[in-house]
Design a protein around this ligand. Structure first.
Ligand SMILES: Cc1cc2nc3c(=O)[nH]c(=O)nc-3n(C[C@H](O)[C@H](O)[C@H](O)COP(=O)(O)OP(=O)(O)OC[C@H]3O[C@@H](n4cnc5c(N)ncnc54)[C@H](O)[C@@H]3O)c2cc1C
Length: 418
C-alpha cells in the first residue's frame, strides 16, 4: 500500500494492486485509468475500481468539485428532497451488500428498515445517503486521485486516449508532480492557457447532465425559476412539468401555504422507480439489448416521460382545494420550471466533440454503445472507453440512477483488469 495512504481504512475485498499482477513491460500502460467527471457516477466507478484492487495512484479523477455529491446536493436541496427515490441498493459503494437499509438498521438498532426493504418500501433519507457518500469518499482514497480540472477533449491513440484538460487549481496532487509516470504516460504540457495533456489507457466519462432546461419563452421572465435553483414560494405558484421534481414542488408549495397550479400537457405515470423495475433486471435488460436501433430510440423516448411514485403521501396533499391542474400558464406570481435538463449528447461539449472527431455512431439523441457501456469504435484489447450516467442510456436505460452508475462501473472494472 502506498505509504501516503496507509492511514486509510481499507475497502472490503480490495485485491492486489493492478500493477503487481502485471508483467513489468505492461506496467506503465496499465497504470493509466482516468475518470472524467467527479460526481456520483464518478465516485461509484472509483469505489468499484478500488474494490477491484486498483490503487489511488493508478487512477486519476478529473472533476470540477472535490465533493462527489456537490452537483447532486445542490439540486436535491433546491427541491427540498428528503427521501431518495431509489431503494436500499441506491448507494455508491462497490458491492450491492450491505445496502443502505442494513446500514440504517445497524445505526438505528431497529429491524424496521430491513422489513421495509424486503417489500421495496425502504427509501433512505437524503441525509443518510449523503453521509454514506462522504464515508465512501473518505474510505476510498478519492481525494488522492482527484484533480480539479475540466477535460476539454478526449483524443484517440493506438493504446489509449489523450485527455486535454484545463486545471482549475494551481496545485496538482503531489504524486503527479513528483512521479508523473505513476499515473500512466502522463505528460503535462503546461501551455500559456494552462491546457495540459495526459495519456490514459482506460477512460470512463461521466459528465452528468447537460444544462438545466428552461423553456425559451420563460428564460427572461423574472417570475420564472428552475426547480433545481434555490427558491422560496410565492402565494400562487404555477409548476411546469409532471415528474418527480414537479411532484415534490407541488407538495413543498402546498406545505408553504401557496395555491398551486400544476401546468402539464399529459398525466404523469405513477411508478416507484424512475423506470419500470424490469429494466433494472438482467432479463429485462437483455430484452432491451435485443431491440433494433429505431425501436430502441422509441423506447428511450418513452422512458423519458414524466413519472412520480404512487402512494398516499403523494396523493393526500393534492386533495387540497389549493391544488389544481391546468394545460397552460395563466399569470401566477411565480413559475417553477420542473423541466429537468436539456437532452442529448450534443448538449455536452466534450461528448459532442468526441462523437464528431471520431465519427462515432449515434442514434437521435444517443451515442450508440455496446451492452457493457463501452464505445465500440474506441474499445479493444488494449484500451477502453466507457460512458456512465445519463449519456450511457443506450446500454442501460436507467443510466441516470445510482444503479446505472454501478452497471457502467462494473463493466469498466471488468475491462481494466482483463
Ligand atoms: C434532484 C435529483 C434527485 C435524484 N434522486 C435520485 C435517487 O433518489 N436515486 C437515484 O438512483 N438517482 C437519483 N437521481 C439521478 C442521479 O443519481 C443523479 O443525476 C446523479 O447525480 C448522476 O451522477 P453523475 O455523476 O452522472 O452526474 P453529476 O452528479 O451531475 O456529476 C457530474 C460531474 O462531472 C463534472 N463534469 C462535467 N463535465 C466535465 C468535464 N468535461 N471535465 C471534468 N468534469 C466534468 C460536473 O461538473 C459534475 O461535477 C436524482 C437526480 C436529481 C437531479
Amino acid at each position: 500500500m502506498n505509504p501516503r495512504v496507509s492511514g486509510r481504512r481499507p475497502l472490503p475485498g480490495g485485491g492486489a494492486a493492478l500493477r503487481d499482477r502485471l508483467a513489468p513491460r505492461q506496467r506503465r500502460e496499465a497504470q493509466a485509468v482516468a475518470i472524467v467527471g467527479g460526481g456520483l457516477a464518478g465516485i461509484t466507478a472509483y469505489a468499484t475500481l478500488r474494490h477491484g484492487g486498483i490503487e489511488p495512484e493508478e487512477i486519476m479523477v478529473f472533476g470540477t468539485d472535490a465533493d462527489p455529491a456537490a452537483a447532486w446536493r445542490e439540486r436535491a436541496r433546491a427541491i427540498r428532497q428528503r427521501y431518495m427515490r431509489s431503494e436500499s441498493d441506491g448507494h455508491v459503494a462497490a458491492t450491492s451488500f450491505p445496502g443502505l437499509a442494513v446500514r440504517s438498521a445497524l445505526s438505528s438498532r431497529s429491524p424496521a428498515p430491513l422489513a421495509r426493504s424486503v417489500c421495496n418500501r425502504y427509501h433512505p433519507t437524503v441525509d443518510e445517503f449523503l453521509a454514506h457518500v462522504a464515508d465512501v469518499r473518505e474510505r476510498s482514497g478519492w481525494d488522492e486521485s482527484f484533480v480539479r480540472a475540466r477535460v476539454e477533449r478526449v483524443g484517440s491513440m493506438t493504446d489509449g486516449f489523450e485527455l486535454e484538460f484545463v486545471a482549475q487549481s494551481h496545485k496538482l496532487p503531489a504524486s503527479l508532480e513528483s512521479e508523473p509516470l505513476l499515473q500512466g504516460e502522463l505528460e503535462f504540457v503546461a501551455q500559456s492557457h494552462k491546457l495540459r495533456r495526459g495519456v490514459f489507457r482506460h477512460v470512463l466519462i461521466a459528465p452528468g447532465h447537460p444544462p438545466l432546461n428552461m423553456p425559451p419563452e420563460l428564460a427572461d421572465d423574472p417570475r420564472a425559476v428552475h426547480a433545481y435553483r434555490p427558491h422560496e414560494y410565492a402565494d400562487e405558484v404555477e409548476v411546469l412539468g409532471a415528474g418527480m421534481a414537479a411532484a415534490t414542488e407541488w407538495l413543498n408549495a402546498l406545505a408553504a401555504g401557496a395555491r398551486v397550479i400544476s401546468v402539464r400537457r399529459r398525466e404523469p405515470e405513477r411508478r416507484p422507480l424512475n423506470l419500470p423495475r424490469a429494466l433494472f433486471t438482467r432479463r429485462g435488460l437483455a430484452a432491451f439489448h435485443r431491440t433494433a436501433r429505431d425501436e430502441r430510440v422509441g423506447l428511450l423516448r418513452c422512458y423519458s416521460a414524466p413519472s412520480y411514485p404512487p402512494g398516499r403521501e403523494w396523493d393526500e396533499p393534492l386533495r387540497s382545494v389549493r391544488f389544481s391542474v391546468a394545460a397552460e400558464l395563466n399569470g401566477a406570481a411565480q413559475i417553477i420550471c420542473a423541466t429537468g435538463f436539456e437532452r442529448g449528447f450534443r448538449r455536452d461539449p466534450l461528448l459532442r466533440r468526441l462523437v464528431d472527431e471520431h465519427a462515432l455512431e449515434s442514434a437521435d439523441d444517443w451515442i450508440v454503445l455496446a451492452p457493457d457501456s463501452t464505445v465500440p469504435a474506441l474499445t479493444d484489447a488494449r484500451r477502453t472507453l466507457v460512458l456512465a450516467g445519463v449519456p450511457a442510456q443506450w446500454a442501460f436505460p436507467a443510466a441516470d440512477t445510482i444503479a446505472g452508475a454501478k452497471y457502467a462501473a462494473r463493466g469498466f472494472l471488468r475491462r481494466v483488469v482483463a
